[in-house]
Design a binder for this molecule. Structure first.
Ligand code: ATP
Ligand code: MG
Length: 252
């Protein structure tokens, strides 16, 4: 069997006395689609920040594609094939879709954030941009300034920006948050149509979406791993329902 794409061993992320992530061990297979669920404040985004190197663990170990990356800086992990979207949109509103894509593409390369100094995109880079925009259903919106996009299209652009580097691991932090029902359908169609060899970890509150999109679910509560299993077994799990689904109903 091939090695797992991502392994977390006893990961702790502490903020002072608070253990936002408390001794979490997870293993995600190559090509797997995994959801991380749990109530507000469970530690989901903090876990993503540990995986991507934005805020490395206080203790424990993170192994990506067989290499220990626990304390490696975020840009090196990105270069190794990790890509993520943020819970809060992270776009340049006065630049066009194409310009935002160029920044995302060049962000991991040597000419980091030099939009104006660097040469035009190569044919290969152009092809990557167009294919990531097509997957994200923004193929026709290339020359539009980002502030003119709908909120849903902005979330789609974030996904395109995360895909343009052709990552091995894609981490999506609530990509459907704040979207209308029809926009949510677009986002879930995009996720479903992602390349099958891409490993994906998705933070999402909407259990209907989770059920339709992932192979396996990890539920966190108070920074700790509460339960893991297939979407069906997790949605039927009494402990998960008690801590998470009840609260999800409250805040829906
Ligand atoms: N930089 C920080 N400094 C101090 N405490 C933090 C920091 N970031 C997160 N926390 C705390 O860590 C805990 C976990 O937060 P986190 O954002 O990871 O939760 P979450 O599961 O993503 O929640 P949500 O569903 O609301 O996005 C919370 O109690 C939060 O207040
Ligand atoms: Mg979060």
């Amino acid at each position: 069997m091939s090695q797992p794409a991502l392994v977390l061993e006893n990961v702790v992320v502490a903020f002072g006395a608070l253990k936002a992530v408390d001794d979490v061990s997870i293993s995600v297979k190559g090509g797997e689609r995994r959801a991380i669920i749990g109530p507000n404040g469970a530690g989901k985004t903090t876990l993503f920040n540990a995986i991507t190197g934005v805020n490395p663990p206080t203790s424990g170990r993170i192994i990506f594609e067989g290499a220990t990356v626990t304390t490696k800086p975020a840009h090196l992990r990105a270069r190794m094939g990790m890509s993520r979207t943020f819970q809060i949109t992270n776009l340049f509103p006065r630049l066009t879709v194409a310009e935002n894509m160029q920044l995302a593409l060049r962000g991991t390369g040597p000419g980091k954030f030099s939009l104006f100094g660097s040469a035009r995109l190569s044919a290969e880079e152009e092809e990557r941009v167009m294919s990531a925009l097509a997957i994200s259903r923004l193929g026709e919106r290339n020359s539009v300034e980002v502030h003119e996009l709908s909120y849903g299209e902005q979330r789609q652009l974030e996904m395109a920006m995360a895909l343009v580097t052709r990552p091995k691991l894609l981490l999506l932090d609530e990509p459907a948050a704040g979207l209308s029902p029809s926009e949510r359908i677009i986002v879930s169609d995009i996720i479903r149509a992602l390349p099958r060899d891409l490993t994906m970890v998705l933070i999402e509150h909407d259990m209907d979406l989770v059920l339709r999109l992932v192979d396996y679910v990890t539920c966190l509560n108070n920074g700790q791993l509460l339960a893991e299993g297939t979407p069906e077994s997790i949605s039927a799990n009494q402990r998960v329902q008690d801590v998470y689904l009840g609260k999800a109903r409250d805040h829906a």
